[in-house]
Design a protein around this ligand. Structure first.
Ligand code: NAD
Ligand code: ZN
Length: 372
């Protein structure tokens, strides 16, 4: 088994990501290295547990787990009520300050269990075992936890970095195809913002990656994690550098909001968002045409994507203005001067944005053909 260890710095101290196919088999030993815990509480969802529970228990050793808590991991249940239910279940099972919570699941389980871990008993230790591609390359690292309010996504939250993140690509086998492709959008994102070599690798090997061949996964997952680790180690609280991780996300979040989170999976919205951001970069004479074309061509290979919504551009611009990333009413976009480099812009002319919003719907559906 090829195992990779990646170190992440955080305000709560350094922690390790252990990554590779089969790393879960060593879970018990890795957790012992963290120290002694009074109790181990597993948090997962019925759906995730059905798919990967056996494998997780084999890795942890049954006798090490004191209680298992299954929560609903629908995005619509990522709220304070689910945090309350989970916290009550943890308390009833005897959680104390020296306990450990192990979150096994996608970003929803990770964000909710992380939030509960940071608030229960004013904070207990957390280990993340991500089971979707998005959570493996993104959400399990960086310490952000949180839930949604009816007013918006991820509006209540904390920073509570895990003590250890175990990323086992074998867990991805049962992941539905749409989920997997959405996760790949985030991998492409790392290539665009920070690693031209990763981007070129994806151009060359996307078919094998889509087939989930172990060899390309053994490169793209740890590489994405290294890039995320580098960024969050230098800027945990998103005062500057961390912003580049939002490439494609200003457009993506607007698409998600305007469709009430019902049409796109996050990664699909980011896929559209990256094509739009590439074009916007071109509109302001930042991104050269051949780079735009490479970005759009690679992202299009993730298709089918749900079509661009039938809404006037002004509605999308309104949604962008109410995004968390907006500062003092100014729209902010992460744009790429070239593949492998990203920077934040808050001075994009409105006309450039409007032109992009008129053109973007035709990236995947051939221009001129009615959408729908
Ligand atoms: N904290 C962060 O930094 C951060 C970053 C990115 C995203 N997020 C959050 O992550 C969430 C999205 O997470 P996600 O994309 O991982 O999806 P998810 O957690 O919503 O899971 C998607 C679906 O896949 C199922 N699933 C999970 N693992 C599986 C497996 N191995 N096999 C079969 N099915 C499996 C789940 O039960 C669920 O139905 C969003 O709420 C987003 O806000 C957080
Ligand atoms: Zn994202």
């Amino acid at each position: 088994m090829k195992k990779k260890r990646i170190l992440v710095q955080s305000s709560a101290g350094g922690y390790t990501i252990v990554c590779g196919e089969g790393v879960l088999r060593d879970a018990a030993r890795e957790i012992r290295r963290l120290g002694k815990f009074s109790r181990i509480h597993l948090v997962s969802s019925p759906n995730v547990w059905r798919e990967v529970g056996k494998r997780v228990l084999r890795g942890l050793g049954l006798k090490n787990v004191h209680a298992r808590h299954l929560m609903n991991d629908a995005e619509s249940a990522k709220d304070l009520f689910t945090v309350e239910k989970l916290s009550r279940s943890l308390v009833r099972a005897g959680i104390d300050r020296h306990s450990l919570i192990i979150a096994v699941g996608g970003g929803v389980v990770g964000d909710v269990a992380g939030f509960a871990a940071s608030t229960c008993q004013r904070g207990v230790a957390l280990v993340q075992v991500p089971t979707t591609l998005i959570s493996q390359v993104d959400s399990a690292v960086g310490g952000k936890t949180g839930v949604n309010l009816p007013e918006g996504k991820n509006l209540v939250g904390t920073f509570h970095p895990a003590r250890l993140v175990l990323v086992d690509s074998a867990l991805l086998k049962p992941l539905p195809e749409r989920q997997y492709r959405g996760g790949l959008a985030e991998v492409i994102k790392y290539g665009v913002i920070a690693d031209a070599k990763l981007f070129a690798f994806l151009e060359k090997n996307l078919e094998a990656v889509l087939r989930r061949d172990p060899a390309p996964l053994a490169y793209i997952i740890p590489r994405s994690l290294e890039l995320k680790a580098q960024v969050v180690s230098r800027d945990e609280r998103e005062s500057g550098l961390r912003e580049i991780l939002n490439f494609g996300h200003t457009f993506g979040h607007a698409l998600e909001t305007i469709t009430n989170y019902r049409v796109y999976q996050h990664g699909e919205a980011v896929a559209w968002g990256m094509m739009a951001a590439a074009l916007l970069g071109h509109e302001i004479h930042l991104t050269p045409a051949d780079e735009v074309s490479r970005i759009v061509s690679l992202v299009r290979r993730l298709a089918p994507l749900p079509p661009w919504p039938e809404v006037p551009p002004e509605k999308l611009i309104d949604a962008m203005r109410s995004d968390k990333k907006t500062r003092a009413g100014k729209l902010r976009f992460v744009l790429a001067p070239k593949i492998g480099k990203a920077e934040s812009h808050d001075d994009v002319p409105l006309e450039a944005l409007e032109r992009v919003l008129h053109f973007a719907p035709h990236f995947v559906n051939p221009a001129g053909k009615p959408r729908g």
